[in-house]
Design a protein around this ligand. Structure first.
Ligand SMILES: [Zn+2]
Length: 398
């Protein structure tokens, strides 16, 4: 069989992850995906990741996307991608958070390679709770909000951090705050942040209790957020992170990039998320899981991230395509607000998802109709296809 006999549009069946923080209603309501057992529907995974691989229809049969890729890497992924990554380099998700996810940092590529090797040499099993590096890859992320979407991303300015801690006026933290006030540098911030996360015993207890009681008496941000977070994470040192990190609420249709080495957390809302195919997470709070403070410090850039640089603005191209430029090559994300007859010439494998309404895809004599919430995998051997819809269509490629 030659490539010209291969199908252009491979409908995907995707894995739903029922993580405890997931919303029980958002995904069901948005995309009419039934939820008879009222489980949290936290994430839909569209891709070939081993922890939740999509299946596709291939000549009437259902097979794992990863299996299909292994069978004809170059044809499916493109020669260039097959050579560079050997696998689908991205994972596309719908994410619906009802309660906060952990505060986290992802290593850059170099750090991931070194950390993975180091933990292999130390013979820490891949599924061990103290394992930090699950693979040698970085994990940049992009989020596109479908509902209001609240998150933390990057460090506030030094002066803002100091003002918030002065407002809090915690007796326990006086020495740490004073020290940082006298040394308002990246090093000073690193020392402050790490010392605070490392508090133990009575000191930790009284710092958290001072924070909680002040927050309950305050009606201003981010203290109101801390009161919310406390319901699920009552004794968690991560309750301090809103004083360090920018708190942002994306409106529906707004997007944000989460860079390597930048602390962040998803707090509440539904969105599309695209990331490199990796599972490397160093946690910094709001979690019952393992926190490795030393490793975290070594993978974190203690740089201020100005609030007005957080949102990602698209550039508009032919057929109204909105491209979101990001500084890595593992994936690209585009949104078509209402493509009448958008022509696409793939350079890699692609995933198309219908966001609001049905989408019609066509290539030569083949036509495929996608309902909202559904996605389709388009191999790199498809040289051209068209997208038609009255509403938003998401496209992920590399
Ligand atoms: Zn993340």
């Amino acid at each position: 069989m030659s490539v010209s006999d291969f199908p252009s549009f491979l409908p995907m069946q995707n894995v739903i992850q029922h993580y405890a923080w997931g919303s029980k209603t958002a995904i069901a309501n948005l995309f009419d995906i039934p939820n008879p057992n009222h489980l949290p529907q936290a994430e839909i995974w569209m891709g070939a990741h081993q922890n939740g691989c999509s299946t596709v229809k291939w000549h009437g049969e259902t097979i794992k996307l990863s299996t299909l890729i292994e069978q004809s890497r170059q044809e499916i992924l493109s020669e260039k991608t097959a050579q560079k990554y050997q696998e689908l380099p991205f994972l596309f998700k719908v994410l619906a958070a009802d309660k906060a996810l952990s505060v986290q940092v992802h290593p850059d590529k170099k750090e991931a390679e070194i950390g993975y090797e180091k933990e292999n040499l130390a013979k820490i099993p891949l599924d061990s709770p103290i394992r930090n590096y699950k693979d040698p890859n970085h994990k940049p992320e992009l989020v596109y909000a479908l509902s209001q979407y609240q998150a933390m991303n990057g460090f506030r300015s030094h002066i803002e951090i100091i003002e918030l801690f002065q407002e809090l006026a915690s007796k326990t933290l006086v020495p740490l705050v004073e020290k940082f006030t006298k040394n308002q540098t990246e090093d000073g911030l690193k020392h402050f942040f790490i010392s605070l996360l490392s508090l133990q015993g009575l000191e930790k207890k009284s710092a958290i209790s001072e924070l909680v009681s002040f927050s309950q008496s305050s009606d201003s941000s981010p203290f109101t957020l801390i009161t919310d977070l406390k319901q699920h994470y009552p004794d968690d040192i991560g309750l301090f992170t809103p004083l360090f990190l920018n708190v942002i609420t994306l409106e529906p249709g707004e997007a944000m990039y989460l860079d390597a080495r930048t602390p962040h957390a998803y707090l509440k809302g539904t969105g599309l998320e695209v990331m490199a195919n990796s599972d490397n997470v160093l946690r910094a709070g709001l979690t019952p899981k393992h926190i490795d403070v030393i490793e975290l410090a070594s993978c974190t850039a203690f740089k201020e991230k100005p609030f007005d640089t957080l949102k990602l603005e698209p550039t508009v191209h032919e057929f109204g395509e909105q491209k979101y430029a990001i500084p890595v090559n593992d994936f690209k994300f585009s949104l078509y607000p209402s493509p009448l007859q958008a022509v696409v010439k793939p350079q890699s494998a692609e995933i198309i998802m219908a966001i609001d309404e049905e989408v019609v895809l066509s290539h030569r004599s083949e036509t495929f109709v996608l309902q909202k919430g559904q996605s389709v995998f388009i191999p790199a051997y498809v040289e051209q296809y068209t997208i038609q819809s009255q509403a938003r269509v998401a496209r992920v490629y590399n």
